[in-house]
Design a protein around this ligand. Sequence first.
Ligand code: C5P
Length: 408
Amino acid sequence: MTEPRRVVLGVGGGIAAYKVCELLRLLTESGHDVQPVPTSSALHFVGTATWEALSGHSVATDVWTDVPDVPHVALGRTADLIAVAPATADLLAKAAQGRADDLLTATLLTARCPVLYAPAMHTEMWEHPATRDNVGTLRRRGGIVMDPAVGRLTGTDSGPGRMPDPSQIADLALLLLARPDALPRDMSGVRVLISAGGTREPLDPVRFLGNRSSGRQGWALAQVAAARGATVAVVAASVELPDPSGVQVTRVGTAAQLHEAMLAAASDADVVVMAAAVADFRPRDTQQHKIKKDGREPNPVVLVRNPDILTELVRDRRTGQVIVGFAAETGDADGDVMTHGRDKLARKGADLLVVNAVGAGKAFEVGTNEAVILSADGTEVDVAHGLKTQLAAAVWDVVSARLAQPAR
Ligand code: C5P
């Protein structure tokens, strides 16, 4: 865990304020000191007692409380991060204009730390040219404005405007606390395709051969790329996480489905990342009915090879496309993790290979990872043990630098 940091949690006046209690919990449970600063309208949705009880801090909405402490300056100056959720259309407008008529807006104006906005509003408000301009202004100034999620809004309507899932706001907030410069807007106009999760190869209607990949590393790559301005599509194999906001997700199950979806989408991508754990083999036959014991010895399962998607993507790539593979290695009698990694990069022909050691308690089903990013040109970037979003940010740093190079 990173050392405790100081977070100001600005809460806007939208119904999604009730979900921000969960965000507050996620941040405090990660060991951080969180000061909620609701607007007075936010208190219509969730009252002072809830914010105070969950944070352990007293809460004010205006600048006339504890005046000798000059809170509107003190909060902004001492914060390591400000997260604003829900960021309503009104709050985004005030922040873009530099208004300072309550404690939260004044704090936004005095802060010099990263500011993360998680918008929530009706689709018409999100799409209105005024909001588009305000979001553009905030992003140009270095504010990190997430895209809202698409789905059910207050009432019966549905569309873009739902607040991003609290866990995803927390993911980016924790990333910014670990690395304040992790989310520059350097990927605008870059189209990214990512595979995530682990494939499942059916044996019969109820059983499959699978692996322990949760999809969290692929999700982290998607969230970070989207926050850096990229247009992101994910093909997700058996991932049980909510869609990252602002990301197009296609859900698949088997390696064959992942193969088809990736090859169909790759020609539109500037960068392709194969983060999914793909089954190398599948059962030759899938039984129509559940396999029974019937008191006899089991039949052996005959396996056949799956296509190597990464190798095919490399073979069919278009000029300038950057292709990134992942290699989960344990090391064995034939060589250590890095030896296998270097061999694999050469064999698969990708531009970059992210090599991570896996095994007991490492990489799978946990929020952390560590890796070495190998480049085909021989350079290697060590990424120390940290959040999966930190590894994702390091991958995008290397990819961004490559895209910025003159045509190869
Ligand atoms: O050979 P290995 O499975 O270790 O290689 C890992 C890399 O290759 C990952 O990027 C993985 O997504 C990709 N892969 C693939 N198709 C397969 C097996 C792995 O694209 N059938």
